[in-house]
Design a protein. Structure first.
Length: 156
């Protein structure tokens, strides 16, 4: 796999990660019973959507500059599957936690997901160096998510 294809695949993984994070937080917001927590989860879901938009914008700019080779649908599917397998809890587990009403388990899952996202994005900068500005901004926001979640966990 060329460096260009690898970078494309990593960007697709980042997009998949943001979409799954958005869905995770959206599910938690819809299933939680505490207004304060619901607001936090809705805000996080919205921010994950913003991150997705940043990556889409970056990818479009990169393609215009000749950097992106473009991925086939099979490669996009593989990248999304890699994210689900390695970074995001299984959808069944998320649903179980979201619908089960176990706020502590939901917060623990969210904290781990944010830690994994920070690690992934820090490594992403090495694979797609020109994405550093975009990814650096997202890493800062993911760290803020982590702080918010840790604070919420203390109060839960």
């Amino acid at each position: 796999m060329s460096a260009q294809s690898m970078a494309d695949e990593v960007l697709e993984m980042a997009l998949a990660m943001e979409r799954l994070g958005r869905d995770f937080y959206g599910s938690l917001a819809g299933a939680c019973g505490r207004t304060e927590m619901c607001k936090l989860f809705r805000r996080l879901a919205n921010q994950e959507t913003d991150h997705e938009k940043l990556f889409l914008q970056y990818r479009a700019e990169w393609a215009r500059s000749g950097g992106a080779a473009g991925l086939t649908e099979a490669q996009k599917t593989r990248a999304a599957a890699m994210v689900r397998a390695s970074l995001i809890p299984a959808p069944e587990k998320v649903k179980q936690v979201a619908l089960g009403g176990n706020l502590r388990a939901a917060l623990e899952m969210a904290v781990q997901m944010e830690r994994d996202a920070i690690r992934f994005y820090t490594e992403l900068i090495e694979v797609v160096p020109l994405a550093g500005g975009t990814v650096g901004k997202i890493v800062r926001e993911e760290r803020a998510h982590l702080r918010d979640l840790l604070g919420a966990a203390e109060g839960a």
